[in-house]
Design a protein around this ligand. Structure first.
Ligand SMILES: [Zn+2]
Length: 270
């Protein structure tokens, strides 16, 4: 796999973040109390308003669709919608999700603010088994259910405010990019994998399939995450979620669900 394809993949991976960054630098957040717009210096505890988040998501979604085009294959769309409904229900996520398929051969999935999720045709081709596609959907829905998009917007705004302040005090020197710290993004990926395992369990799907999904993705040379600032390596994610599946915490939360009991009995995942 050439550097060109890797480069395109990284571009797609980061597209949402780039689109968000462009919007955040041009707008402000409203406090929960709705007392008007604050561009800089928002208290750390305040969250972006739902309207603002939806607007960021809409813009990023439009850009995604402009770049890649939407897949109009009715059977593929129906498959994704059917499985997504099962996982969304299992997640208990209060935000409605809008899942669309991009006409891209690069295997990828992206969650955006406002409940948008994009999967590529390349990813669907890689995951012909419904259970593995459910695992991928569970990971993306987890980003939304866990509020990761809100956290990213908050961090980006705080980083940009800090960069603007340091630029002022440095008399116009270059500031930072406003990108959230890599370790926070890595932690969110692992958190989404863990939540995905729980959603699968609740949907009566073997939670170990999240490990199988990561293993499948790790076999794709173009998905080499070793140099990614936003994602841990596949090995790291597999190690992390495997440890979680065997943890007392997972046991305490999932003990009453049949797929967990099958896991404990050592029944191989289907
Ligand atoms: Zn993710």
């Amino acid at each position: 796999m050439g550097a060109d394809r890797r480069c395109r993949f990284v571009k797609l991976l980061l597209l949402a973040a780039i689109a968000m960054a462009a919007l955040v630098s041009g707008g402000g957040w409203r406090s929960d109390a709705g007392r008007g717009s604050v561009v800089l210096g928002l208290p750390a505890a305040a969250a972006p308003s739902a309207d603002y988040e939806a607007q960021v998501g809409r813009n990023a979604a439009r850009e995604m669709e402009r770049q890649h085009g939407l897949c109009t294959d009715a059977a593929l769309n129906a498959r994704v919608a059917r499985l997504a409904a099962v996982i969304h229900k299992a997640s208990g996520c209060a935000t409605p999700v809008r899942i669309r398929i991009l006409n891209s051969r690069e295997p990828n999935g992206v969650a955006l603010p406002g409940g948008y999720i994009y999967l590529t045709r390349g990813l669907l081709r890689l995951l012909p088994e419904d259970e593995l596609l459910c695992a991928a959907l569970a990971h993306e829905i987890a980003h939304i259910a866990l509020g990761h998009m809100t956290q990213m917007l908050r961090e980006r705004e705080a980083a940009q405010a800090g960069a603007a302040r340091s630029t002022e005090s440095a008399g116009g020197a270059e500031g930072g990019t406003g990108a959230p710290a890599g370790n926070a993004m890595h932690a969110r990926e692992k958190e989404a994998d863990q939540a995905a395992a729980r959603y699968l369990c609740i949907a009566n799907i073997d939670p170990r399939l999240i490990v199988r999904l990561l293993a499948r993705l790790s076999e794709q040379p173009e998905l080499d995450a070793s140099a990614s600032a936003t994602h841990p390596t596949w090995e790291e994610r597999i190690r992390s979620v495997s440890a979680y599946l065997n943890s007392p915490q997972f046991q305490a939360e999932m003990a009453s669900w049949a797929p967990f009991q099958r896991q404990q009995a050592g029944t191989p995942p289907q």
